[in-house]
Each structure stands twice: as C-alpha cells, then as structure tokens.
Design a protein around this ligand. Structure first.
Ligand SMILES: NC(=O)c1ccc[n+]([C@@H]2O[C@H](COP(=O)([O-])OP(=O)(O)OC[C@H]3O[C@@H](n4cnc5c(N)ncnc54)[C@H](OP(=O)(O)O)[C@@H]3O)[C@@H](O)[C@H]2O)c1
Length: 237
C-alpha cells in the first residue's frame, strides 16, 4: 500500500512510499483512509523515536473495508474517524512574543477574557491547560489559586520546565500539577465530536488543506506556526 512515511533525509522528514500491508489483530479493523491530519506533536518529536520508513500519522478519516474479527467496532462500509499513535521529531519553531492574531474570534466563541501571554493575566486562576511547556508552564503554575490544578498536555516550546517546589511548599496551598496523556478507546469521544460536527455545533478550524503529496509543505507550515487550526491531507480516491 502507499503510505506517508518518516524519512529524516526528506523535506519535513516525510515522503510517500510503498509500505507493508497492515496485519490485523482480531480487535482491529481495516480502514481505507480518505484524509489525514498533521499534528504539531507527531511532527515535532520524531528524532530518536521514529524509525525511517515508519508510517506517519495519528488522525485519519475513511471507510471500514474489513470489520474486526471479534465483532467489536463498526461494520464494513461505515465511514469512520480514527486516532492512533506513531512516533514524533524536530525542534519547535522559535516563539514570537505576541500572537494576537491567534486570539481573533475566541470572544465570539464565548471567551470572556482573552490574553496573549501570561504577563497580561491579572489575579490567580483555578485551572491551567498547558501545551507549550518550558517557562510558560512554570509561570502558569505559579498563578494557580488554592487547590487549583495545572495539566501539562504538551511541550510545543521544546523546552524543559523547572518549578521551584520549595517556594510552592511555602505557598502551601494545595496546588497540583499533573501530566496529561491521551488514553486509548477514544471511539466514544470521537463519536461525540463527529455528532457535534454533523449538527454544525463544532467548527474543525481547517487552516490548511491539500493533497498528501504536499505533506512536507504542510508540515513546514505547521512547524513554523503558519497554520491556524488543523492541516488536512487528502488521499487520492
Ligand atoms: N498529552 C496529550 O495527550 C497530547 C495531545 C495532543 C497534543 N499534545 C502535545 O501538545 C503540544 C502541542 O500540540 P498541538 O497539537 O496542540 O499543537 P498546535 O495545535 O499546533 O498548537 C501548538 C501551540 O503551541 C504554541 N507554540 C508552538 N511553538 C511554540 C513555541 N516555540 N513557544 C511557545 N508556544 C509555541 C502555538 O502557538 P501559536 O498559535 O502562536 O503558533 C500553539 O498555540 C505538543 O507538544 C503535543 O505533543 C499532547
């Protein structure tokens, strides 16, 4: 089969190539993929983790062409969206200090206050969801009020985080920090999102769309922070 594979010698580390046909476990279905999305995380951390030739990608949309042997999951012919792991690489792009453009439209979606950068946060906060890491996570953690929690979701900055736990002990107000990792068995959650899309209640914010032959171009745009939203690659019918 044709696949988008990791190749560290190619632009953005991606090329189209022949790959082995998948061998299915009894609880796995075969999906004919029609479109995939590129994610920052899967592109940014491949070095040392992904093997050259490894099939790239997490998100896919397509049609089940062989249902699971054990009867779990959707029937053959069902249109599906899927999520699965591969291994990510490359350093993240340098960070411009202010990104006001990214906040445009959040007010219309219901945000009551929009700040670009923690320097503009006035007062403490109860929760933090952080996908940037580095100093930003440490600074956000220090803004937590009593009993508040910070979830570390990702490290788009590529920088490690140092938190002064001694200082936090003296603050002594029960703030917590937890690493968040995507679990498995996401069918129910994905189904919920697809229903919202179908009802017009969710805008997937597609910022780039094109043929999967243009995957390196999409990856470069994503890693250099020029895509607002998802990058979607279409496969030939
Ligand atoms: N734990 C999990 O289950 C999970 C799930 C998904 C993703 N992640 C992780 O989350 C991180 C972001 O992935 P994503 O899919 O959310 O990416 P994304 O949608 O492309 O968002 C990346 C965010 O990070 C910011 N950013 C990028 N480079 C930066 C830098 N050098 N300094 C500061 N901010 C920077 C971007 O800001 P701009 O908008 O201004 O460019 C953007 O807001 C990755 O580390 C990924 O591995 C974790």
């Amino acid at each position: 089969m044709q696949a988008l594979v990791y190749d560290p010698d190619q632009p953005a580390g991606l090329r189209l190539a022949e790959a082995a046909e998948p061998v299915l476990a009894p609880d796995q279905a075969l999906v004919e993929v029609r479109a995939i999305s590129l994610n920052f995380g899967e592109l940014a951390y491949r070095t040392g983790r992904a093997q050259p030739g490894q099939v790239h990608g997490w998100d896919a949309a397509g049609v089940v062409v062989a249902a699971t042997e054990d009867g779990s999951g959707p029937a053959t012919g069902t249109p599906v969206v899927t999520f699965g792991w591969t291994v990510p690489g490359r350093a993240a792009a340098p960070c411009p200090r202010r990104r006001w453009r990214r906040g445009a439209g959040l007010g219309r979606l219901g945000a009551t206050e929009i700040v670009i950068g923690l320097a503009d946060v006035t007062g403490s906060v109860y929760g933090v969801l952080d996908n940037v890491g580095g100093q930003q996570l440490a600074d956000a953690f220090s803004l937590l009020e009593r009993g508040g929690v910070a979830l570390s979701i990702g490290k788009a900055s590529g920088q490690p985080t140092t938190i002064d736990l001694e200082r936090e002990r003296h603050r002594s107000s029960g703030q917590r920090i937890e690493p968040f990792a995507m679990g498995s068995g996401l069918a129910e959650d994905l189904g919920y999102l697809v229903r919202l899309l179908d009802q017009g209640q969710l805008d997937p914010q597609i910022g780039w769309r094109g043929s999967w032959e243009r995957a390196p171009e999409a990856a470069e745009a994503l890693l250099s922070r020029r895509v607002a939203g998802k990058a979607v690659l279409d496969l030939p019918a």
